[in-house]
Design a protein around this ligand. Structure first.
Ligand SMILES: Cc1ncc(COP(=O)(O)O)c(C=O)c1O
Length: 432
């Protein structure tokens, strides 16, 4: 009988029982490691079956390159994107098309554009530029999306962690910090099915975020609203996210909210369409900056996407959910079966998005990632979900169940949970 089956937390077991389990799990891990498997739980990207849902994209042009308003998409120009691509952005982001720019293949690219514009040119066509500030600081709810952190580091922006709670970032902390320091210029948000925690911000958090630019000491404060998983539900009905645009209009902060989305995890990752939405002044500053880089986006791809998706985004995402549900269910089942009773881990059960966030006993994340690697399982590096790669408690591990097959996922979860059990038992045994 394993401790999991006994339903007893490891911390309540006698040293002798714990030692016996440690030996059994160590033997099991040696056996699994000997199988020379090459498994990977780090890939937060769509699996091939999901990508195939969009294969018909290829047939959407069929010689007709002219968009609804007569634009020849084969030619230069149209920095804001073609009308029907902006309509697609509107369907995904629930923001009027007039407030959206449909751009190139990636929202990350647009985040880079927004940060560089805020720094060098300013977002509002006046004298406000982040580069005028001695230092630029950004609030980072943690755990969060590693590439937001990499962007900040790239631009020399200092990150200030705030805790991520069930209903979104700790807004009291965020408001206190932003009100006290005019160097704090922005906050990163993944408001729906957050990466990696999977939670969706509550309506009161959304209102507090829309009001944050009013509370901040900086007059050039921006809420970076990365709605990467806006339509990526696993269940129906999915989580409801209140409109930050409506809240911003009420708070008078629309020009201080910049929203992002893309079709990366709707159609082809890396070959889709990215969107950015904000007030007219901000969009104008962004196009001024962007115009230097490009004469216009890939409008042929935009047209192809609009023809394929407009009016049927929900239906298309339901097909993704069909593929993903069993994978997330498997992760949840194995975590519950193997770790549920042991009192050594907590994890999220998201209703959408791409990740499960696993919290271990403090001090074990790096160890577990290293043990898993030796056993043939690649995990996201420990610390990646925190700025500068530093998880202060060394406890968070991000699980990405989407890419691998169910068979691969089964093997991967077996190794992961075995490593967690073994590392936890060893930690407890080492305690006096
Ligand atoms: C929160 C978040 N934002 C943005 C992205 C990347 O989006 P894109 O492919 O549009 O650059 C990801 C991808 O994992 C993500 O998780």
């Amino acid at each position: 009988m394993t401790a999991g089956e006994s339903g007893q937390p490891l911390a309540e077991l006698s040293k002798t029982d714990l030692q016996a389990l440690e030996q059994a799990w160590a033997a099991e891990l040696t056996q699994v490691s000997g199988a020379n498997q090459q498994l990977d739980l780090s890939r937060g990207k769509p699996g091939a079956e999901q990508l195939s849902l969009s294969d018909a994209l290829e047939t959407m042009i069929a010689g007709n390159y002219i968009s609804a308003d007569g634009t020849d998409t084969r030619n230069y120009g149209g920095l804001m994107g073609i009308a029907e691509a902006r309509e697609l952005g509107s369907e995904i982001m629930e923001v009027p098309a007039a407030e959206i720019m449909a751009a190139g293949n990636s929202s990350l690219n647009l985040m880079h554009l927004v940060l560089s514009t805020a720094l060098q040119l300013g977002l509002w066509g006046d004298e406000r530029k982040w580069s005028e500030s001695q230092t630029v600081k950004v609030l980072t709810p943690v755990p969060g999306y590693d590439r937001h952190f990499v962007l900040c580091q790239h631009f020399g922006m200092e990150m200030v962690n705030i805790p991520m709670l069930e209903d979104g970032p700790d807004m009291q902390k965020a408001a206190e910090l932003a009100a006290a320091d005019s160097c704090i210029k922005a906050i990163w948000c993944v408001p729906k099915y957050a990466n990696p925690t999977g939670n969706t911000y509550s309506a009161s958090t959304v209102r507090a975020l829309a009001d944050l630019p009013n509370r901040a000491a900086a007059e050039d404060f921006v809420v970076l609203w990365d709605n990467a998983y806006a339509v990526h539900h696993l269940q129906q009905p999915g989580d409801a996210l209140a409109s930050i645009r409506d809240a911003a209009i009420a708070a008078g902060t629309q020009e201080h909210i910049v929203q992002f989305a893309s079709t990366s995890k709707i159609t082809f990752a890396g070959a889709g369409v990215g969107f950015v939405a904000s007030g007219a002044t901000v969009l104008n500053s962004l196009t001024t900056h962007l115009r230097v880089q490009t004469v216009g986006p890939d409008k042929v791809n935009q047209l192809r996407h609009a023809r394929f998706l407009n009016g049927r985004v929900s239906e298309h995402m339901a097909a993704h959910a069909e593929i993903l549900r069993p994978k997330f269910a498997l992760v949840e089942r194995v975590l519950t079966e193997q770790l549920g009773a042991l009192g050594v881990a907590h994890w999220t059960q998201p209703n959408g998005g791409y990740f499960v966030s696993l919290d271990l006993l403090p001090g074990l994340a790096k160890k577990v990632v290293a043990m898993a690697k030796d056993a043939g399982l690649v995990l996201t590096p420990a610390g990646a979900t925190f700025p500068y790669g530093i998880d202060p408690d060394d406890r968070n591990v991000r699980i990405a169940p989407t890419f691998g097959s169910l068979e691969e996922l089964t093997g991967a979860m077996q190794i992961l949970t075995l490593c967690v059990k073994l590392a936890s038992a060893r930690l407890l045994l080492a305690q006096p």
